[in-house]
Design a protein. Structure first.
Length: 406
């Protein structure tokens, strides 16, 4: 019978580990449907993690220390499987652990009230009643995870301050859950048992509401970033259109002047004035090296942004080198290219302005089906690990590199 109890305990622990992995995946993956390899990894590593938890349970079946150790093991399990930021995985693991522990304690208390049993007996002693509590609590947990999967559409991109806030709330609730159950065990009266049930229900509702609020705040934060990105893209497009118009006007003006120059050359040749023709050609050769030429890369949008930025750079005395060859089939959208190139080149121009030697190079090429974009400049200053915008209106700036990463 003891072996049967431990098999039930292991099955419940394994279910908790797998549930935590799927709960995490809902919020960090674009597609909640796992591939076969990832499913296998989840099952294998969850089985190993469950063994570690069971070894701890051999020492003490229920305690605050065991609970914290179990949370740590679940956290490391998420990192091994998903390899994401520690903070995001810690947040999701903690949220899951608060809900899981509150459900376990709630079911134990209600079972104790219904069948007139002490919660300490259900939590610390292996029995058929404990098996019944385990079955019901894990069933509720699975239903809750399914509902979250079914109705949640948010992916986590939460600022650190929000992560700290919700982690603090979750940690506080977890501590109070254990404190309340210990008080309930120590006092052992019906009023305390009912109050503990109310508290466990409230803690589940509270952590879900706070988490939902944080997700909404994160969604608003992302929307603001997207709006800033669109505004930047629109600004780049307007600049590109102006530059294209300037280039076209220059070309039209050149064609108009070209007609008069041809007449002048013909007149000098008719008169046999070769010296005039020679002087004219020498002057035109000098001016041609200084005149604006239009770079063609294979993409009209990239042409516009490159030529716009080259003109701006040369007006500031920056030597602007270009090695750009766009692939014929490029899946990167024109708007994204405008944002990427515009941000990188603007940063490089701004940095070059402060240097004695002013030069920069833009390289765009395809290597093994990857689009490589590289902007090099002559900046000689020092960089901090976390670069902060130097512009006065900081809330309007400093998003360029974040947009590039996005």
């Amino acid at each position: 019978m003891i072996l049967f109890y431990w098999m039930i305990e292991y099955g419940a622990t394994f279910m908790e580990a797998v549930g935590c992995c799927f709960f995490t995946k809902i919020f960090i993956e674009k597609n909640a449907d796992t591939d076969k390899n990832q499913k296998n990894r989840i099952m294998i590593y969850s089985a190993l993690a469950s063994v570690l938890v069971m070894l701890a349970n051999k020492v003490d079946l229920f305690s605050f220390t065991n609970g914290m150790l179990g949370i740590f093991i679940l956290w490391m399990l998420q990192f091994i499987i998903y390899r994401r930021k520690y903070s995001i995985l810690a947040l999701l693991t903690l949220i899951y652990a608060v809900i899981d522990s509150a459900i376990d304690l709630l079911v134990a208390q209600i079972w104790g009230i219904a069948f007139d049993m002490k919660p300490s007996y259900l939590l610390n002693m292996q029995s058929l009643n404990r098996c019944g509590c385990i079955f019901i609590s894990k069933l509720i947990l699975c239903i809750l995870i399914y509902l979250v999967y079914k109705y949640n559409k948010s992916k986590l991109d939460i600022p650190k301050k929000y992560i700290l806030i919700i982690c603090f709330i979750a940690g506080t609730l977890m501590s109070f859950d254990y404190f309340i159950i210990e008080k309930s065990i120590a006092i052992e009266n019906r009023i305390m048992e009912i109050l503990s049930v109310v508290f466990f229900v409230a803690s589940i509702i509270l952590i879900i509401l706070v988490f939902s609020l944080i997700l909404k705040l994160a969604e608003n934060y992302k929307q603001k970033q997207d709006i800033s990105l669109l505004e930047l893209q629109n600004e780049m497009i307007v600049k590109s259109e102006k530059n294209t118009e300037q280039v076209f006007n220059l070309w039209r003006s050149s064609i108009h002047d070209y007609k008069h120059k041809i007449f002048a050359i013909k007149h000098w040749l008719d008169e046999g004035n070769i010296e005039k023709v020679r002087d004219f050609i020498e002057k035109e050769s000098e001016s041609l090296s200084q005149k604006i030429f239009y770079i063609k890369t294979g993409s009209a949008m990239v042409d516009a942004i490159i030529n716009t930025k080259r003109n701006i750079a040369e007006e500031k005395g920056i030597v602007f080198s270009i090695n750009v060859a766009m692939p014929k089939m490029c899946i990167v959208s024109d708007l994204d290219l405008v944002c990427i190139l515009g941000n990188l080149i603007d940063n490089a121009i701004e940095a070059c302005e402060k240097q004695d030697k002013k030069h920069m190079e833009v390289v765009v090429k395809e290597i093994k089906k990857l689009l490589i974009i590289k902007v090099i400049n002559s900046y000689q200053g020092q960089f901090t690990e976390k670069t902060v915008t130097t512009k006065k209106e900081k809330y309007l700036h400093g998003i360029g590199l974040k947009n590039l990463q996005s």
